[in-house]
Write a protein that binds this ligand. Structure first.
Ligand SMILES: NC(=O)c1ccc[n+]([C@@H]2O[C@H](COP(=O)([O-])OP(=O)(O)OC[C@H]3O[C@@H](n4cnc5c(N)ncnc54)[C@H](O)[C@@H]3O)[C@@H](O)[C@H]2O)c1
Length: 251
């Protein structure tokens, strides 16, 4: 129980990678705050049920990561309920694939609002309490797209490259207060977001063959690296971005 006594707030934890991280960090001993948009009540209840069945506390907070006031209110509510937040996982993200030439400005803004500004707002809302305690763990879910964009994901890749840069700069700005900031760059992980993009079993098979391990990722594959970055196993690791991609890409 390497995370026993810790509380983790995970954005976008109703489904997909965020839900797997909520359950995985709970299995490692952490109490959990699921912070997501309103709705998806059934999915939230399911995740909460798994966490409580593992003997951990779980609180739900409604929060839109693009809205500064809602982020601050949601994090204040979560902190009041749990006492403190030790671990922040900035996981909420969106991807609507479009070629750059056909991309409208609204879509560009929406991707930067959720994927990049969301990281800024949630991190800034949680840092004061971490600085006060001189301890904290921040994990940003970036993407392999941050390393190399692919056609139709240029705008998304640009947001995720921003997330890696934010990770590196935050690490330098908050390290003196004992807070680490690291990023995970998942490859293709089979969630709603990935299936919307891949669209068919043929595409799943094709991309599976492109990985060294000959399979695409399960959301659970992201849990181990997140536990590592959340725990004292990674005390001297900060400002790093780890590819979790089954050997799809190597830089
Ligand atoms: N699935 C993949 O292959 C893959 C690969 C690389 C990176 N990622 C990243 O991992 C993260 C999770 O992806 P996923 O595949 O689980 O996606 P998903 O679409 O299944 O889940 C995204 C979650 O984010 C929440 N969300 C969206 N906008 C939000 C907002 N404004 N405020 C609060 N919550 C919001 C959604 O409600 C949902 O619960 C994202 O940041 C994504 O970019 C995913």
């Amino acid at each position: 129980m390497i995370l026993e006594g810790k509380t983790a707030l995970i954005t976008g934890a109703s489904r997909g990678i965020g839900a797997a991280l909520a359950q995985g960090l709970a299995a490692a001993g952490a109490d959990i705050v699921i912070a997501d948009l309103p709705g998806q009540d059934e999915a939230k209840a399911k995740v909460r049920g798994h966490i409580e069945a593992a003997g951990r506390r779980c609180e739900l907070v409604e929060l839109d990561v693009t809205d500064k006031e809602k982020v601050e209110a949601g994090i204040a509510e979560a902190t009041a309920a749990m006492g403190q937040i030790d671990i922040l996982v900035n996981n909420a993200g969106i991807l609507v694939a479009t070629e750059l030439e056909k991309l409208d400005v609204e879509s560009w803004d929406a991707h930067f609002d959720v994927n990049a500004k969301g990281v800024l707002l949630c991190t800034n809302a949680i840092l004061p309490q971490m600085r006060q305690r001189k301890a904290g763990r921040i994990i940003n879910i970036a993407s392999l797209a941050a390393r190399q964009g692919i056609p139709t994901e240029g705008h998304y890749a640009a947001t995720k490259a921003s997330v890696v840069t934010l990770t590196r700069v935050y690490a330098q700005e908050v390290g003196s207060d004992g807070i680490t900031v690291n990023a995970i760059c998942p490859g293709i992980i089979l969630t709603e977001m990935a299936m919307n993009k891949l669209g068919s079993q043929e595409e799943v098979d094709k991309w599976s063959q492109s990985t060294s391990l000959k399979r695409l990722g399960d959301p659970k594959d992201v849990v181990g690296p997140a536990v590592f970055f959340s725990s004292d196993l990674s005390d001297y690791v900060t400002g790093q971005a780890l590819n979790v991609c089954g050997g799809l890409y190597f830089h």
